[in-house]
Design a protein. Structure first.
Length: 495
């Protein structure tokens, strides 16, 4: 396997993961650190310290970590000698991070052994967000925080604007803002970062990137799966909180932001915040015209019958939690005024994909007869990262018939380049103290400020979400959302 361009090794570090026995750690965090170790970016004297309430020792936790690697890392990436060397870096301390009692002295003793005083410590909070403030307090009060410490917060940062502010304030009492890394793994995806390069490294696209040339933008994150055992979390969250407020709004800001003064972290994040603060409000007065929500019922996925959302919940309890959201966002500034940004995310969709579709305006009738439809730039984030932009060219021969060809195509060389998982780069960016691809406090709160009135409007709506059959592209109301403006979702255009 040929991988992406090798990266420079980072300095030795200690990575403390709270919630070390959870799904995120086993499925994403440990595999990400292993891959960076296998490719030579992680020094062998670094340490990964898992903490959780389970009464494990180093060896039993290492065995769990080994099983996780075999389950979540491709077989051709697993080399026994490399896995064994990686696992020697892994340690475990049984501890409830939210409680002030427990084996904090054991954790402190481990971190202070055989380590330089200025070694970077990263505290990764893969726990419930309502524990973040307590864990940050304990880390500080127990003497674990150093001048070179960082703290990484997983999403969701709260469940609405008020709770997001509480999380930010709770952690901010003990860590300065420059040491807080709020992770949104979509910003770690190569294709999302590539939007910045496409826009600002190509003068042709940059000059066309406005309301005069672009008719609308669609941003979709579709999943084929249902709850996958996450019913307890998901039913208290829903698609709007789980996907729109963080992932898709972050993608929107990258698509819509003005050219930053530089690629420095604050220059990038300043422009993203300006986009979020320019979003037209959605509230109870305009909710039905601009937002569709749905919940899947029984249907077919992968050729097999699947149950309804409520049937997947423990006890098959009644629920109005949305598993699908489509909404029309508008940015009230000179560049984008009047251009709709359609955001959509759902579970039990026909296809797993994340993509951005930029629809350019149609041309006028001319030399070749009728008006040509506008080109459609499609940025596929996953799977199979690609960028396509169809153009018309003359058909070979004597006539002036036209063929459509792709001016841009797949990123890199499929089968030869392994695109790094989004967590790989982000976890080590925290070590390096590079915050450009993390979310700043005011970004988080600006996103919640826009989303919270939608949640409040739904609470007053007695009708609840529309239904859609599992294995389809959501309720009819999602298509009507676009139809009223003369637009269609991209799969309907292709049909």
């Amino acid at each position: 396997m040929n991988s992406s361009t090798p990266l420079e090794p980072v300095d030795s570090f200690d990575y403390v993961i709270f919630g070390a026995t959870g799904d995120l750690t086993m499925r994403k965090l440990l595999p990400a650190l292993y891959r960076r170790f296998a490719e030579g970016q992680v020094p062998a004297d670094s340490r990964i310290v898992g903490t959780a309430r389970s009464p494990l020792d180093d060896e039993s936790y290492r065995e769990r970590a080994r099983q996780a690697l075999h389950e979540h890392v491709r077989a051709d990436e697993l080399i026994d000698a490399t896995v064994n060397r990686f696992l020697r870096m892994v340690h475990y301390v049984s501890l409830n991070g939210a409680e002030s009692t427990g084996n904090w002295e054991g954790l402190k003793s481990l971190l202070e052994s055989n380590a330089a005083a200025d070694r970077v410590r990263v505290f990764y909070l893969a726990t419930a967000p309502d524990l973040y403030g307590d864990i940050a307090r304990n880390v500080a009060e127990k003497g674990l925080r150093t001048e070179s410490s960082r703290i990484v917060l997983e999403k969701p940062i709260g469940t609405d604007l008020e709770t997001a502010r509480k999380v930010n304030e709770g952690v901010g009492r003990y860590f300065p803002e420059g040491s807080i890394f709020r992770i949104d793994h979509y910003l770690g995806k190569e294709a999302v970062q590539n939007i910045i390069a496409l826009r600002f490294a190509n003068p042709m696209l940059e000059r066309m990137w406005d309301r005069d040339s672009i008719e609308y933008v669609q941003i979709t994150a579709a999943e084929t799966v249902g709850l996958e055992g996450r019913g307890g979390y998901y039913d208290g969250s829903g698609a709007l909180r789980d996907m729109i407020q963080n992932h898709l709004l972050q993608v929107l800001t990258v698509v819509a932001m003005e050219r930053p003064g530089s690629l420095d972290a604050d220059a990038l994040r300043d422009e993203k915040v300006r986009v979020l603060k320019s979003l037209k409000p959605l509230d109870r007065d305009n909710l039905r015209a601009n937002v569709a929500r749905g919940q899947y019922v029984q249907g077919t996925a992968g050729g097999k019958p699947v149950p309804a959302y409520r049937e997947e919940l423990p006890g098959e309890k009644p629920s109005n939690t949305e598993t699908f959201v489509a909404l029309k966002a508008e940015i009230d500034n000179a560049r984008w005024r009047g251009v709709p940004f359609y955001l959509r995310s759902g579970k039990r969709m026909p296809e797993k994909l994340t993509e951005v579709v930029v629809q350019f305006r149609a041309g006028e009738p001319g030399l070749f007869g009728e008006a040509r439809p506008g080109s459609r730039l499609v940025i596929r984030v996953q799977p199979n990262e690609s960028v396509t932009l169809p153009l018309f060219v003359k058909h070979p021969g004597n006539s002036f018939g036209l063929d459509e060809v792709d001016a841009l195509s797949r990123l890199g060389e499929p089968g030869r380049i392994r695109y790094r998982d989004s967590y790989e780069g982000l976890m080590l960016d925290a070590v390096k103290g590079s915050p450009a691809l993390f979310v700043r406090k005011d970004e988080t709160e600006a996103a919640w400020q826009w989303v919270t009135p939608i949640l409040e409007g739904w609470r007053e709506d007695e009708n609840g979400p529309d239904t859609y059959e599992a294995g389809t592209w959501g309720p009819d109301s999602a298509r009507e959302l676009l139809r009223q403006a003369g637009h269609q979702w991209v799969e309907d255009i292709a049909a």
